[in-house]
Design a protein. Structure first.
Length: 213
């Protein structure tokens, strides 16, 4: 199927959102960054141009570009199981709700491959978000330059950019969609979440099926 204008290439890998897997991913990323920082030579001191909407940095031989998808005002208390407790905590710190959240994505340019980590919120959070493609272009890339999209998880502010101009992106490789929508990949087992230091029973559901619909 032809790609929609501004859409990304057709391979999307999903990192399981289970806590242990996310901790393992975080540990891997931090250890990789630390290791590459130690071996990075003079090339790491290269001057990178910066502009509103993106920020470049070297990591060994890789070029990392942080891309802003914009911001989103969110009432964080409303999405918690004990909103009154959250509002009280904010009030005690003289903070107000909603807060303006920054939505950022990362482009990893290895020299041979370009990996986009998350796609932002797209149109899901209104006019203040959905800036990813514009800032990707401003940084000198286009969606067609992206070889792989890595979704850390499928919350709206991480996967919403897979939708282009109101049309769901259809370029995903079918094999990956089939894997993503299996019971094992959807990861629906009960989990324990934490709010203000107290465990809360939750049941995680996945939005993978929405991408395949």
């Amino acid at each position: 199927m032809p790609k929609a204008a501004g859409s990304f290439h057709d391979v999307v890998y999903i990192v399981n959102q289970r806590g242990s897997s996310m901790k393992a991913l975080q540990g891997f990323l931090f250890s990789t960054i630390a290791a590459l920082s130690l071996v990075a030579g003079p090339a790491s001191a290269e001057s990178f141009t910066q502009a509103p909407g993106y920020y470049r940095m070297p990591l060994g031989d890789f070029k990392i570009t942080v891309l802003s998808d914009g911001t989103a005002p969110r009432d964080l208390a409303s999405i918690m199981s004990k909103p009154d407790v959250v509002r009280a905590e904010y009030a005690s710190a003289h903070e107000t709700l909603p807060v303006e959240l920054s939505i950022n994505c990362f482009l990893i340019d290895t020299g041979k491959q370009r990996i986009l980590v998350d796609t932002g919120a797209g149109e899901l959070f209104g006019a203040t978000s959905g800036k990813l493609v514009a800032n990707l272009n401003a940084a000198g890339y286009s969606p067609q330059d992206v070889d792989t999209v890595l979704l850390t998880h499928i919350h709206a502010d991480h996967s919403g950019g897979l939708t282009v101009a109101g049309t769901r992106y259809r370029g995903l490789a079918k094999a990956h969609l089939q894997h993503m929508t299996t019971a094992a990949a959807m990861n629906v087992e009960p989990i324990t979440a934490w709010l203000m230091g107290q465990p809360q029973a939750k049941t995680r559901t996945s939005r993978c099926a929405q991408l395949a619909a």
